[in-house]
Design a binder for this molecule. Structure first.
Ligand code: NDP
Length: 492
C-alpha cells in the first residue's frame, strides 16, 4: 500500500455534545504523517470557553446516563465494540498514518484491544454495585456511585487504545468523559466519538477536546471535573497530580518505566530472546512497559547475544502501511532525535554496540523517522541508558551473577511499572517476582496485557490500575447507608 497524500482531515477539531465543532478562538495545530512528514490534518486547540462549554454539556449528559441501568449502558458499550471490530482496518490505517506504527501491529493490537475493553466493561456494567451487611436486626448497604465528569488524557503511542481503556470503565460506571488526545496523534479519538454515537451513546457522554499541555492542564484544574486519568511521562504525571490536588480530584496515573527483564541461565534461550525483542522493539520501542534493562545471567550472556544479534538485524523496517513491515518510524522527528541522542550517550559512556546504533533510511519513506533496532551490551547500572526512559528501539543488556544481586539491581530505580522473568524453575520465577517492585509482571513472556488483567505501576510509574474489575474502583465512589430497624439508642 502506498502512502496516500490524501488528507485525513476530520470534519472539525473537537467532538462536543454529539457534534463536531471547531473553535475559532483556538490556537492552530497540525497533525503530521510520521512517514512523510506531510500535514495530514489542520486543527485548533480548545480555548477556555470551549472547555467550559464541554464540561457543562458533559455534566448534564452524565446525570441521565447514570440513571440508565448498567445493562442499558453495557449494551451500548458492547455495540461500540462490535462497530470497532467492523471498522478495524480503517481505524488501523488511520492510527498507522498518525503514529508510524506498522499496520501489522495496529491491525491486531490497537483498535481491537480497545474493542475488547469496551466489550469487557460493557459486560460487567450491570454488576457494578454495592453490598449489604447485617448488624443484628439492622443493616447497612453501600451504593457504588459514579464520580461525574472524568477527564482522560492520552499519550501518543496507543492513541485509540488509551482512549478506550479510559472511556470504557468510566462510562460503564455511569460517568461522562472528556478525552484529550496527545497533540501529536489527535485523529483516532474523534473516530471513537463517532462510533459511540452510532452505537447509541447519548450526546455529551463522550467528548473529545484537542490541544497540548495547556488544554490538559486547564481540564485537570477545572472545578466541574471530578476525576483525571492520564497516560504520559513521569514529569507530566507529577504536574497532573499537583494540579488535581487543588480541587482534591482522584487521579489515575499511567506513567513511564525502565523495566527489568531478567534472563536466568536455565531459561529457554530462544524464548528469552523472543521475549526481549518483543519487550523492546514492538511499536519501535515506544511502549511504556518495555523491558529495556535486560539482565542476563553471566553463564549464558554470549549465547543470548549470539541468538539475539542476527534476529535483531533481520527485523524488516519499511513503509508501515505495508503489512510485511515489522518496524516503522518513530512518531516524530523530536522523538527520533531524542532517541538518537541517547544512543550517542550509550556509545560515549562505554556500552558495547551489538546491533544498530544509527538512523535508518527506508526507500520510498526517506522523510520517515526510522532508527535501526539497537542493542547495547556491557551496560552498567550507572549508565544513562540504564537509568532513563528512552522510548525508542534501544535495548540495554546488563550482566548478573546471583538471584539476590539481580533483585536488588532490578529494584534500584525510581520506576516500578513492569518486570519480566525468564527461567524454567518455578520457585525462582515466583520468588523473584514476589520481590520485584513492579505493578505488572510476566513469567516467560512479556508485554501481554489482556483486559481481564490489572495494568499499572508502582513508585514513580504511577498510581491506580487500568483494566480488570479493579478499574471500577477508580471510576466510582462508595456511599454507605445505615438502616435502623429497631429503636434508636441515644443518650439524649
Ligand atoms: P507526555 O507526558 O508528554 O504527554 C502525555 C499527555 O499529557 C499528552 O496528551 C500531553 O499533551 C499531556 N500533558 C502534558 N503536560 C500536561 C500538563 N501539565 N497537564 C495536563 N496534561 C499534560 O507523554 P508522551 O505523550 O510523550 O508519551 C510518552 C510517555 O507516556 C512515556 O513516558 C511513556 O512511558 C508514557 N506512557 C505510559 C503508559 C502507561 O500505561 N503507564 C502507556 C503509554 C505511554 P501534549 O503532548 O498534547 O502536549
Amino acid at each position: 500500500m502506498t502512502i496516500s497524500a490524501a488528507s485525513v482531515q476530520p470534519a472539525a477539531s473537537h467532538y462536543v455534545n454529539g457534534k463536531y465543532v471547531d473553535d475559532p478562538d483556538g490556537t492552530p495545530m497540525q497533525s503530521l504523517c510520521s512517514v512523510t512528514g506531510m500535514v495530514i490534518a489542520e486543527l485548533n486547540a480548545a480555548s477556555a470557553s470551549l472547555i467550559d462549554e464541554c464540561v457543562v454539556a458533559a455534566r448534564q449528559a452524565q446525570e441521565s446516563w447514570a440513571a440508565l441501568t448498567g445493562t442499558e449502558r453495557g449494551r451500548i458499550l458492547r455495540k461500540a465494540a462490535d462497530l470497532i471490530r467492523e471498522r478495524n482496518r480503517e481505524l488501523s490505517i488511520l492510527e498507522t498514518r498518525d503514529t508510524g506504527k506498522p499496520l501489522q501491529e495496529t491491525l491486531c493490537a490497537d483498535a481491537l484491544s480497545g474493542a475488547d475493553c469496551l466489550e469487557y466493561f460493557g459486560g460487567i456494567a450491570a454488576t457494578v454495585g454495592g453490598e449489604t451487611v447485617q448488624q443484628g436486626e439492622s443493616f447497612f448497604y453501600t451504593r457504588r456511585e459514579p464520580l461525574g465528569v472524568c477527564v482522560g488524557i492520552g499519550a501518543w503511542n496507543y492513541p485509540f487504545q488509551i482512549a478506550c481503556w479510559k472511556a470504557a470503565p468510566a462510562l460503564a460506571c455511569g460517568n461522562a468523559m472528556i478525552f484529550k488526545p496527545s497533540e501529536v496523534t489527535p485523529l483516532s479519538a474523534l473516530k471513537l466519538a463517532e462510533i459511540f454515537k452510532e452505537a447509541g451513546l447519548p450526546d455529551g457522554v463522550f467528548n473529545v477536546l484537542q490541544g497540548a499541555a495547556a488544554t490538559g492542564s486547564t481540564l485537570v484544574k477545572h472545578p466541574g471535573v471530578a476525576k483525571v486519568s492520564i497516560t504520559g511521562s513521569v514529569a507530566t504525571g507529577k504536574k497532573v497530580a499537583t494540579g488535581a490536588a487543588e480541587t482534591l480530584k482522584p487521579v489515575t496515573l499511567e506513567l513511564g518505566g525502565k523495566s527489568p527483564l531478567i534472563v536466568f541461565a536455565d531459561a529457554d534461550m530462544d524464548q528469552a530472546v523472543a521475549g526481549a525483542m518483543l519487550g523492546n522493539f514492538y511499536s519501535s520501542g515506544q511502549v511504556c512497559s518495555n523491558g529495556t534493562r535486560v539482565f542476563v545471567q553471566r553463564a549464558v550472556l554470549e549465547e543470548f547475544l549470539q541468538k539475539l544479534q542476527p534476529r535483531c538485524a533481520a527485523i524488516l523496517l519499511g513503509n508501515p502501511l505495508d503489512e510485511k513491515t515489522q518496524m516503522g518510524p518513530l512518531v516524530s522527528a523530536p522523538q527520533r532525535d531524542k532517541v538518537l541522542a541517547y544512543i550517542e550517550i550509550g556509545k560515549k559512556e562505554g556500552a558495547r554496540l551489538v546491533c544498530g546504533g544509527d538512523r535508518a533510511v527506508v526507500a520510498g519513506c526517506e522523510q520517515g523517522n526510522f532508527i535501526q533496532p539497537t542493542v547495547f551490551a556491557d551496560v552498567t547500572d550507572d549508565m544513562t541508558i540504564a537509568r532513563e526512559e528512552i522510548f525508542g528501539p534501544v535495548m540495554s543488556v546488563l550482566t548478573f551473577d546471583t538471584v539476590e544481586e539481580v533483585i536488588e539491581r532490578a529494584n534500584n530505580t525510581e520506576f516500578g511499572l513492569a518486570a519480566g522473568v525468564f527461567t524454567s524453575d518455578l520457585t525462582t520465577a515466583h520468588g523473584v517476582i514476589a520481590k520485584l517492585k513492579a505493578g505488572t509482571c510476566w513469567i516467560n513472556t512479556y508485554n501481554i496485557t489482556p483486559v481481564e488483567m490489572p495494568f499499572g505501576g508502582m513508585k514513580h510509574s504511577g498510581m491506580g490500575r487500568e483494566n480488570s474489575q479493579h478499574a471500577i474502583e477508580h471510576y466510582s465512589q462508595i456511599k454507605s447507608v445505615y438502616v435502623e430497624m429497631g429503636k434508636l439508642e441515644s443518650p439524649y
